[in-house]
Write a protein that binds this ligand. Structure first.
Ligand code: FAD
Length: 455
């Protein structure tokens, strides 16, 4: 197919149907652009995806995805499409130790951060010395400047934080939020997590958990919405290369040899694929070469099906454990009770192999949930996304490009671009909105697509 350049509407080809590409495509189309979205797989959603578990026939997520109330762009994206009701707010967090004791973290009606004072002071897993140290540490972190960065472990050691404060509080939060080992976490993103989640707004910490599989959440309704806004979607064809023509327009070559002409392209593929896709053009912007500096970390999810419930809680932060979080995923049609244990930054653990991971998780769980001892594990399955996200390590922003490039008509979108956020669904949507803003701006339309942060 060769789409001819229209006289009025600029044509933008968005390459990649993950959240970044979807946000960019829908927004541009809504603002009058002709948009063609090309996704190599047969479905949208990118890394936020599900697959059919052959044993049960259930559609299960590659990994539980969690958002928070402070993810204002993801929320806007879902509400605009009409899929917001598939994400349930969870105003409580449960922190559990291997002796089965639980502390509830729930905000009360006080301004942040006082909304958490009662829960924090009552937390069974911290002693008074640790509570004083942590309060001090949180206060001092709040006082750092947003642009400051430093190895965070060093910062913690220099700001009264003991090893147990790190193990019982800082690490569980940051490893899950950043998918980065503690020794690599930088002050900048650690500050962002704590300030955005605990300090800015008393509702910001509330979790958003999808009540349908991710492929359903980012599925038919999103496709219908895109089509309604005028986006032409092409599934199952990868873009092989893109070419810059002498008149500064673009030629997008698909793997079935079709060519699509465009005024702008938004490359919304994972950062590891960007340079290959652009070929020799990549050298025209040093920021694309800098992507080599980004490092990735795996996330492992352990899927467990029991013959009976092991807990009534919807989700539990697991302390002193290899698993960081357990999610209850309900009862399936076969009457099995399905749970997921999520292990972020799992590189070290994976060296022992999936069987060993399953065994370790199963050995740890009875301490946390006494009912595991009575329950029969029907099936266990370990899924690792080896390059789940980039690591939000110290200094990482040096390697994250803007959505605009030095090459006319070429834009980047993806969680890895400069969004101010770590690798998250919120970051991906932000990047799509930012790319759309820049394209529209270039065409003389000043439109604010990015949604305001929670205050
Ligand atoms: C295991 C795991 C757990 C996670 N947990 C969370 C969580 O709890 N909360 C959270 O906020 N985030 C989480 N994330 C991160 C989140 O999923 C990502 O940040 C986000 O989905 C990235 O979106 P993206 O659009 O930037 O990239 P992607 O989702 O990677 O999308 C890129 C798209 O480009 C397509 N593509 C690639 N090459 C081509 C080509 N040549 N032609 C056409 N299409 C192409 C791909 O098929 C893909 O659909 C998790 C990620 C993983 C892997």
């Amino acid at each position: 197919m060769d789409i001819k350049l229209g006289m009025k509407k600029a044509i933008t080809v968005v390459i990649g149907g993950g959240l970044a590409g979807l946000a960019a495509a829908g927004t541009l189309s809504r603002h009058g652009q002709k948009v063609v979205l090309i996704e190599s797989k047969g479905k949208i959603g990118g890394r936020a995806t599900s697959f059919v578990d052959s044993a049960s026939g259930d559609l299960i997520d590659n990994c539980q995805h969690v958002s928070m109330k402070c993810c204002t762009n993801l929320q806007y994206f879902c509400e605009e499409i009409g899929i917001g009701h598939y994400i349930k707010d969870e105003p409580s967090m449960f922190w559990r130790t291997p002796d089965g004791k639980t502390s509830l973290f729930k905000g009360v009606q006080l301004p942040a951060p006082l909304h958490f004072a009662k829960s924090f002071l009552g937390a069974h897993f911290l002693n008074w010395n640790e509570k004083i140290r942590l309060s001090l540490g949180m206060g001092l972190l709040r006082l750092t400047k947003e642009e400051e960065d430093a190895p965070f472990l060093e910062w913690l050691a220099n700001h009264f934080q003991s090893q147990r404060c790190i193990e019982r509080f800082w690490a569980p939060v940051l490893i899950s939020a950043l998918n980065t080992p503690m020794e690599k976490v930088g002050l900048h993103y650690a500050r962002k997590v704590f300030v955005d989640v605990f300090w800015k707004n008393s509702k910001a910490y509330q979790l958003g958990l999808p009540v349908v599989p991710l492929s359903r959440l980012y599925g038919e309704e999103v496709i219908s919405w895109l089509k309604k806004t005028g986006v032409e979607i092409r599934f199952g064809n990868a873009v092989k290369t893109v070419g810059l023509k002498s008149d500064s327009s673009w030629e997008v070559l698909l793997d079935n040899s079709e060519v699509i002409n465009a005024d702008n392209i938004v490359v919304a593929v994972p950062f590891q694929r960007v340079a290959d896709l652009l070929g020799p053009i990549a050298h025209l912007d040093p920021a694309i070469g800098m992507l080599q500096g980004l490092r990735t970390a795996p996330i492992t999810s352990v899927h467990l099906w029991f013959d009976r419930p092991i807990t009534d809680l919807p989700h539990v932060v697991l302390l002193d454990s290899i698993g960081q979080w357990l999610f209850s995923r309900g009862k399936n049609e076969q009457g099995e009770y399905y749970y997921q244990v999520v292990i972020s930054s799992s590189a070290e653990l994976l060296k022992s192999g999936h069987d060993a991971v399953l065994k370790t998780v199963m050995a740890e769980l009875p301490g946390f949930f006494a009912d595991v001892a009575k329950a029969q594990l029907i099936r266990g399955r370990v899924v690792s996304e080896k390059q789940a996200t980039f690591e939000s390590s110290y200094g990482v922003d040096e390697f994250r490009p803007l959505q605009t490039t030095q090459i006319k008509g070429l834009y980047l979108a993806g969680d890895y671009t400069q969004t101010g956020w770590p690798a998250t669904m919120e970051g991906a949507v932000r990047s799509g909105y930012l790319a759309a803003e820049r394209i529209l701006e270039n065409e003389g339309k000043r439109v604010r697509c990015l949604q305001p942060d929670m205050r």
